[in-house]
Design a protein around this ligand. Structure first.
Ligand code: C2O
Ligand code: CU
Length: 481
C-alpha cells in the first residue's frame, strides 16, 4: 500500500535539495496520527480567557529513532490549539525565548488595539507581548510567526498553531463534534540524515520538503470508526500546495472555507489547497467495511509538486463500527454574497518576479508606503493578477474576510464559495475578490503566503480610513522581569 507509484509531474523549475540525498526514509502510514494539545487558559474572568505561550526551542520525535529541534509555541510544533467561544475575548501573552525576533499573527482575525502581527512590530528574545483577540466570529484560524524577512524560516522551524472559534449556531448543527472534529495541519519538511530540519529556500525561491507531515507526523495513519468525521484542514506549508482527493474516488464534502461555514455543503472529487488556506471537510467512512484503508492523496500540481514523493498525505484505517448521530445539513450558515455593483472602486494588483525579487505592482515591501486606502465601510473589488508563468501565489489580506467574484471570468470553484482571506492565484490567472473594509482603521498587510515570496518581498499594506493605532508604537513588546 505504501508503494504508491503515482507519478507526479516535474516542476518547471526543477529544484533540487542542496546536494542532500533527501530526508531519511520513513514508511508512509507507519506512524500513528495525533492532534496537537488544546491549551488551557491560565485564568478566566467573565469576559476573557488569558493564555500564555512561550516561544522556545524544543526537541521533537518526528522521524523514527531521531530527534529534531523545532522552534515551537511552548516548544512544540504544531503549537497548542487555542479553542475559544465567539464573543469571549482572548488575551494571549507570547513570551519570546526562541533566540530570534518574532511577531505573532493570528491569521484571520484582527487583534486589538491594532498590532495584528505586523511584520515590523518585533518582539525580541527576552521580551513578551500581550495580544488581544475579540473572537468576533466562528472560524478555523491559525497563529504563526510573521517577523519581517524571516517569516518563512520561523514558520518552517515550527512557529505555527491552530486557533478555533466556535459559536452556538455552529454547535447547534448536527455536524460531527468532539473527537470527530479533527484538525489536519499539512506541511512538508526536509531533514538532514541526522534528523535536523533543513531550511533551504533555493535562493529566495521556495522551501520544499520531501516528507509530508500532518500535525507534525510524517504520513500518519489514523484509525477511524465507520462514521462521519469533520476535518479542519490547514495548509501550513511554506511553498507547497496540495490537491486533495480520496483514493476511493469518493467525495470530499466541503462545509467551510477560511473564515467559517459555507451556505451549503459542496461535494467535490478533489480540491486545491494553497498555503494558509483552510477548508473544513466531512469525510463519511460509513460505507466502508471495517478493514478498509483510505488514503488522502495529493494529486499534485504541475508547477509545485515536484518532489520525488508518494503523492500521499495520510491514511484512514476503518477499524471499528460505531453509530453515527451526526449528519450534514443542506444549509449551514448563510453567506450573503457581496454584489459587484456595491463596490465603490476596483484596484489591480499584479504579482510577478522582477530582478530576482518578488513584487506587487513592481514594488517590494516598504512600511512607509500604503498601496491602498479604502475608507471604513467601503466595498472594493481587488483584481489579483499573476502573469508570472511558472508560479502560483496564494494572496492573503489581513483584517477582512472577502469573497471570490470570479476566476478568469468564470465562477469560483464550488468549494471556494464562502468567506475567505487567502486567494489562490494560479499561473496566468486573474482572480477578482470583493470585500468590505473595516471596521478597524489602521494599517494592515497583504502579501503572498508563499512565505519565501513574502519575505523577498511580495508584501504591501493598506490603510483603512484615516489614522488608527500605529502597528509598531501602540503597544511595544515589554521586557521580561
Ligand atoms: Cu498567515 Cu500575513 O499571514
Ligand atoms: Cu508568491
Amino acid at each position: 500500500l505504501a508503494g504508491g507509484s503515482l507519478l507526479l509531474p516535474i516542476g518547471l523549475q526543477g529544484r533540487s535539495f542542496a546536494g542532500d540525498a533527501g530526508s531519511p526514509r520513513v514508511t508512509p502510514f507507519s506512524l500513528p496520527f495525533r492532534v496537537p494539545p488544546v491549551l488551557n487558559p491560565v485564568r478566566s474572568d467573565s469576559t476573557t480567557d488569558y493564555y500564555q505561550i512561550t516561544m522556545r526551542k524544543g526537541q521533537a520525535g518526528i522521524l523514527p529513532g531521531k530527534s529534531t529541534q523545532v522552534w515551537g509555541y511552548n516548544g512544540i510544533s504544531p503549537g497548542p490549539t487555542i479553542k475559544q467561544r465567539k464573543d469571549r475575548q482572548s488575551v494571549v501573552r507570547f513570551i519570546n525565548d526562541v533566540g530570534t525576533e518574532t511577531s505573532v499573527h493570528l491569521h484571520g482575525m484582527a487583534s486589538l488595539p491594532q498590532y495584528d502581527g505586523y511584520a515590523e512590530d518585533l518582539t525580541y528574545p527576552g521580551q513578551y507581548k500581550d495580544y488581544i483577540y475579540p473572537n468576533n466570529r466562528a472560524a478555523t484560524l491559525w497563529y504563526h510567526d510573521h517577523a519581517v524577512h524571516e517569516t518563512a524560516r520561523n514558520v518552517y522551524m515550527g512557529l505555527a498553531g491552530l486557533y478555533i472559534v466556535q459559536d452556538d449556531v455552529e454547535l447547534g448543527l448536527p455536524l460531527p463534534k468532539g473527537d470527530y472534529d479533527v484538525p489536519l495541519i499539512i506541511q512538508d519538511k526536509q531533514f538532514g540524515s541526522d534528523g535536523r530540519l533543513i531550511f533551504d529556500d533555493q535562493g529566495e525561491d521556495s522551501q520544499m520538503g520531501d516528507i509530508i507531515v500532518v500535525n507534525g507526523v510524517p504520513w500518519p495513519r489514523m484509525e477511524v470508526a465507520n462514521r462521519k468525521y469533520r476535518f479542519r484542514i490547514l495548509n501550513g506549508s511554506i511553498s507547497r500546495s496540495y490537491k486533495l482527493a480520496l483514493s476511493t474516488g469518493d467525495d470530499l464534502v466541503v462545509i467551510g472555507t477560511d473564515a467559517g461555514l459555507m451556505s451549503a455543503p459542496a461535494r467535490v472529487k478533489n480540491m486545491r489547497l494553497g498555503m494558509a488556506e483552510r477548508y473544513e471537510v466531512i469525510i463519511d467512512f460509513s460505507k466502508y467495511p471495517v478493514g478498509t484503508k483510505i488514503v488522502l492523496q495529493n494529486l499534485g500540481l504541475p508547477n509545485n509538486d515536484d518532489y520525488d514523493g508518494t503523492g500521499q498525505i495520510m491514511r484512514f484505517d476503518v477499524v471499528r463500527r460505531e453509530t453515527d448521530d451526526s449528519s450534514i445539513p443542506s444549509t449551514l450558515r448563510y453567506v450573503q454574497p457581496i454584489s459587484a455593483s456595491s463596490a465603490v472602486r476596483t484596484r489591480e494588483f499584479r504579482y510577478e518576479r522582477t530582478n530576482g525579487l518578488w513584487v506587487i505592482n513592481g514594488k517590494t515591501w516598504d512600511r512607509n508606503r500604503d498601496d491602498a486606502n479604502p475608507q471604513v465601510g467601503d466595498v472594493e473589488i481587488w483584481r489579483l493578477y499573476n502573469n508570472s508563468g511558472g508560479w502560483f501565489h496564494p494572496i492573503h489580506l489581513h483584517l477582512i474576510d472577502a469573497q471570490i467574484l470570479d476566476r478568469n471570468g468564470k465562477p469560483p470553484f464550488a468549494y471556494e464559495k464562502g468567506w475567505k482571506d487567502v486567494f489562490y492565484v494560479g499561473e496566468n490567472e486573474s482572480v477578482r475578490v470583493i470585500g468590505k473594509f473595516g471596521p478597524h482603521t489602521g494599517k494592515y498587510m497583504t502579501h503572498c503566503h508563499n512565505s519565501v515570496h513574502e519575505d523577498h518581498d511580495m508584501m504591501g499594506q493598506f490603510q483603512v480610513g484615516q489614522g488608527g493605532a500605529d502597528p509598531i508604537t501602540t503597544a511595544p513588546a515589554k521586557n521580561l522581569p
